[in-house]
Design a protein around this ligand. Structure first.
Ligand code: GLP
Length: 242
């Protein structure tokens, strides 16, 4: 079931979504968070940092596992998802040094990396709350539109529209990595709760298809219709086609 929470704009979406995540951390201090990157959750992370600085959140027992990482980008690269997470969240709060997990985009043994990361997710005993953005093409993590749902962490070729969309962060489209490691749909669906954030007109069609269309791997996010506990916090623009 997908519960929709409306927000008037990006700021309100970020505050409301941060409140949902903060409530999770307060009610279970050793929460396992599944985390996401992209422009959409930046405001959510900023609000969590603010709540931490105000003394309202304690991350000392929280552990995290991120959705995805570009293949071939070292952690120090300013477009790696490891860098993003440190920049927006990890370095600002009191998480333990070994609390954060991301796929290692530099592991040349792809099979071994996928198996290692699946093991990491399993070893955490289940994700309590998984944060998701949504791609304009309906992707979640880097699970691109496809003829089947991938169960576990895998390494995949990014869709052309994703490479174009993400080129805004790189000097040119040529520099966008062509492949990425991503949690699989099965691993995402195993999270106890899912919190999705979406804003802007560019997401309106994907949000509509996710909520009202058939469940199909051509719209990977549509599988969330089968999850028992999904909260979507979206702004007016993202909900404008409903
Ligand atoms: C990226 C990420 C996704 C993210 C999506 C949307 O490529 N792999 O996890 O949700 O695309 O990004 P944005 O929030 O910047 O629109």
């Amino acid at each position: 079931m997908i519960k929709v929470i409306r927000a008037k704009d990006y700021e309100e979406m970020s505050r409301k979504a941060a409140a949902v995540m903060a409530a999770q951390i307060i009610s279970k201090e050793d929460t396992v968070l599944g985390l996401a990157t992209g422009s959409t959750p930046e405001g959510l992370y900023a609000n969590l940092v603010k709540a931490y600085q105000a003394g309202n959140l304690d991350f000392s027992k929280v552990r995290t596992v991120n959705l995805d990482e570009y293949q071939g980008l070292p952690r120090e690269h300013d477009q790696s998802y490891y860098y993003f997470m440190n920049y927006h969240l990890f370095q600002h709060v009191n998480m333990a040094a070994d609390a954060n997990n991301l796929p290692n985009g530099m592991n040349e043994d792809i099979q071994a990396e996928c198996e290692r990361y699946h093991g990491v997710i399993e070893s955490m005993g289940g994700v309590d709350m998984q944060l998701l953005g949504i791609g304009g093409n309906g992707h979640i993590g880097f699970n691109e539109p496809s003829d089947h749902f991938e169960q576990k962490t895998h390494c995949l070729a990014l869709a052309e529209d994703t490479i174009k969309a993400n080129s805004r962060f790189f000097a040119s489209e040529d520099e966008v990595p062509r492949r990425a490691f991503s949690m699989g749909i099965g691993e995402i669906m195993a999270a106890k709760k899912i919190l999705m954030v979406a804003n802007g007109k560019g997401k309106a069609q994907a949000v509509k298809d996710m909520l009202t269309g058939p469940v199909t791997p051509q719209v990977p996010a549509s599988i969330l219709q089968f999850h028992p506990d999904v909260v979507l916090v979206a702004d007016e623009d993202a909900l404008s086609l409903l």
